[in-house]
Write a protein that binds this ligand. Structure first.
Ligand SMILES: Nc1ncnc2c1ncn2[C@@H]1O[C@H](COP(=O)(O)OP(=O)(O)O)[C@@H](O)[C@H]1O
Ligand SMILES: [Mg+2]
Length: 266
């Protein structure tokens, strides 16, 4: 592809990212040399067996956790070069988060939850902007309700509106549909895909659900902290088949090819 070397098309770029938890005799290598990129306006799903490093990858890419080594470039910012204040500002202004547990504040209304990131940043929410984001997630009629008065799917849509309100470059979502039933999950996934297509948001989503992954433009597969493959324009069936193979690899013998790669790198 002609623009492969043009980093202006990348919202996030990871190069040789390693993450090791724990001290000397008790180390866990959560990420073992991950190199990948997330293009602007693209929707990527990250999949892999439990413990393969998905959440760690998301947290390192989002500046919530620091790689042991390697580089994370978010837009033009090398995260390792930012101090804590700059990182906090970058996360606040350029990054949105959506978690499995919606993390809404129960005492605040829908509108207050959505505008919270702006108010924390000392910015005044533009009335039209808040309404248009609430319309985008289908909750304009619920703006004065509190989270407990909403269904799970509606609460997750509030969380997505809260992520969208600052017009971030990237939204990181860790199992955003993990607590939702299938029908409700579809609405949330359609919304994420829509915001990538229309608002140019870059979406990076961890999921273990092949149907959820099929909403993405691309799926990257992790096993034992390494990227072991990817699918473009994935179907749920193709994703499920790949996951089944990864599951088998993880349970039986180590992947010969990735073991070689790891040996060469370290
Ligand atoms: N804070 C931590 N301290 C020690 N080990 C951790 C920590 N977070 C994750 N790990 C380990 O790193 C590996 C990857 O974890 P994680 O990224 O949560 O995987 P996933 O999200 O794919 O299930 C696992 O072996 C996990 O036990
Ligand atoms: Mg996880």
């Amino acid at each position: 592809m002609s623009h492969d070397s043009d980093n202006t098309t990348d919202a996030v770029r990871l190069t040789a990212v390693h993450k090791v938890y724990g001290k000397r005799d008790n180390q866990v290598v959560a990420l073992d040399g991950v190199t990948t990129r997330f293009g602007r306006g693209t929707f990527t799903a990250i999949m892999g067996p439990s413990g393969s490093g998905k959440s760690t990858l998301l947290q390192c890419a989002a500046g919530l956790d620091q790689p042991t080594s390697g580089s994370v470039l978010l837009e033009d910012h090398e995260l390792s070069e930012l101090d804590e204040t700059e990182l906090t500002k970058l996360r606040r202004d350029r990054i949105g988060f959506v978690f499995q547990a919606f993390n809404l504040l129960p005492v605040l209304t829908v509108r207050q939850n959505v505008t919270l990131p702006l108010r924390l940043a000392g910015r005044k929410p533009a009335r039209g902007r808040v309404t248009s984001v609430l319309e985008q997630v289908g909750l304009a009629e619920r703006s004065r309700h509190r989270p407990a008065e909403l269904s799970g799917g509606q609460q997750q849509r509030v969380a997505i509106a809260r992520a969208l309100i600052t017009e971030p470059a990237v939204i990181f979502a860790d199992e955003p549909t993990g607590a939702l039933d299938t029908g409700t999950a579809r609405g949330v996934l359609g919304l994420l895909r829509h915001s990538a297509r229309t608002a140019g948001q870059t979406i990076v989503m961890v999921t273990h659900d092949p149907v959820a992954a099929s909403y993405a433009d691309r799926v990257v597969f992790l096993a034992d902290g390494r990227l072991v493959g990817e699918l473009h324009s994935p179907t749920a069936a193709a994703v499920a088949e790949r996951m089944t193979r990864l599951g088998a690899f993880a349970d039986d013998v180590p992947l010969p090819s990735s073991a070689t790669v790891a040996g060469g790198r370290r």
